[in-house]
Design a binder for this molecule. Structure first.
Ligand code: SF4
Length: 179
């Protein structure tokens, strides 16, 4: 285990000590279950990322969930109309903590080329985002890179972060109340 857990490790005869935070972070990072929220063309790039050539399963994320309660990595792909904003937020709110969000592609990140009255200019107007993947559409390699960046964040996230005043303030800034 000392080869894979990036944490202070104390080895002894028949035992090994490390930090619980690091072990849990490692386990979480290698078993992120995606919830694909795909509205348009970037969703096709996600399908390619799941298929055999790029094989998202190699990263422990082979199980897409269409139930928010059984997913912890919300992947938003495609143009999000302002009318869809409340729906996206409801999906996010239905996910259990800890939950993470990737904005895949220019549209989810910033509205992309659709600088118009009807399109949300980035999903971070309605929910917090952890990783942004650029491109129109991003190649599957870029989506994999985004997942790997998220894995790094997850691996190093302290267990107490979700109960911290800073995290609650972040959610409160989106009008999301934590019980
Ligand atoms: S970023 Fe480009 S490819 Fe992706 S949904 Fe928007 S228009 Fe389509």
């Amino acid at each position: 285990m000392s080869n894979i857990v990036q944490a202070p490790v104390i080895n002894g005869e028949g035992y090994q000590l490390t930090q619980l935070d690091k072990v849990i972070g490692l386990a979480r990072s290698k078993s992120l279950w995606p919830l694909p929220f795909a509205t348009s063309c970037c969703g096709i790039a996600f399908m390619a990322t799941m298929a055999s050539t790029y094989d998202l399963a190699r990263f422990g994320s082979e199980r897409p969930s269409f139930s928010p309660r059984q997913a912890d990595m919300l992947m938003v792909m495609g143009t999000i109309a302002k009318k869809m904003g409340p729906v996206l937020r409801q999906v996010y709110e239905q996910m259990a903590e800890p939950r993470w969000v990737i904005a895949v592609g220019a549209c989810a990140t910033s509205g992309g080329v659709f600088d118009t009255y009807s399109v949300l200019q980035g999903i971070d107007k309605v929910i917090p985002v952890d990783v942004y993947v650029p491109g129109c559409p991003p190649r599957p390699e870029q989506i994999l890179d985004g997942v790997m960046k998220l894995q790094e964040l997850v691996k190093n996230e302290p267990m107490r972060r979700r109960n911290s005043p800073e995290y609650k303030a972040l959610l409160a800034s989106y009008g999301i109340v934590v019980n």
